[in-house]
Design a protein around this ligand. Structure first.
Ligand code: DGL
Length: 262
């Protein structure tokens, strides 16, 4: 059988989706990855759905034009606004992501869960639906954190400023009794150590990158889209490629130079 070398196309509002790309790389090391960060328009968190949907379609078109065999929306905010639209438009698998309310509700012992996410995700119908389905009997505290997205976009992952900003979001949640925190934005796994430090040792922190990678693996197997053999990562950005490459190398050892989207 001839193995396909079509890449997996991944996009996010910026650099945060590399946390999802890393989980995919871990589970599917032979798959070539094509990543687009929409850095000229980050953050998505404050934009309306129509804007995000339009951007998501542009990015998905770019990935499909480059023969992607699947699209991963490595962004909770864009999934909420645009996953349904992309699934309507494209025949290839479209894998999205959402805050891990179900596993968090199962894991909490205090009955209180905190969600760190964008304002867009927290206001979305998709998130309301998650609370309806899985939030029964659990108190879910929501915390929009646009400044944490900004930290990661600037590559500020350690130090006093980063810890201070992270603590300002995490401490009130833990102080209100949350024993489980959901990383509901793909930028936040890059701040995981600071989040855990602010939360303290007894708090569980849940990320969805690996679950998304598993879902992608299932989908590729179902559709018989065999793994490529070359691995590799290509980066594109709608922003400044040099700035993007600089930060990407802080998040992904040996990240290649990013190219411009246009
Ligand atoms: N990384 C994105 C998410 O998972 C959003 C960050 C932003 O652009 O506001 O929601």
């Amino acid at each position: 059988m001839v193995k396909t070398v079509r890449p997996i196309g991944i996009f996010d509002s910026g650099i945060g989706g590399l946390s999802v790309a890393a989980a995919i790389r871990e589970l599917l090391p032979d798959e070539p990855l094509l990543y687009v960060g929409d850095s000229a328009h980050v953050p998505y968190g404050g934009h309306d759905d129509v804007f995000i949907r339009t951007r998501a379609e542009t990015l998905a078109d770019f990935l499909v034009d480059r023969d992607s065999k699947a699209i991963v929306i490595a962004c909770n905010t864009a999934t909420a606004a645009a996953a349904a639209r992309l699934r309507e438009r494209f025949e290839i698998p479209v894998v999205g992501m959402e805050p891990a309310v179900k596993p968090a509700a199962a894991a909490t012992r205090s009955g209180i869960v905190g969600v760190l996410a964008t304002a867009g995700t927290l206001a979305s119908a998709r998130f309301a639906g998650l609370l309806d389905r899985f939030g029964d009997g659990v108190e879910v505290l929501t915390e929009p954190c646009p400044d944490l997205v900004d930290l990661v976009e600037r590559g500020v992952l350690t130090g006093e400023e980063a810890q201070h900003r992270v603590s300002a979001h995490v401490e009130p949640l833990v102080g209100s009794g949350a024993d489980t925190l959901i990383l509901g934005c793909t930028h936040f796994p890059f701040l995981r150590r600071l989040i855990e430090r602010a939360a303290g040792p007894d708090i569980r922190v849940i990320d969805t990158g690996t679950a998304v990678a598993r879902q992608l693996r299932r989908q590729l197997a179902d559709d018989e889209l065999a793994a490529g053999k070359c691995g590799g990562l290509q980066l594109f950005t709608s922003g400044d490629p040099e700035d993007f490459s600089l930060v990407a190398r802080r998040l992904w050892k040996d990240a290649p130079d990013a190219a411009s989207l246009d």
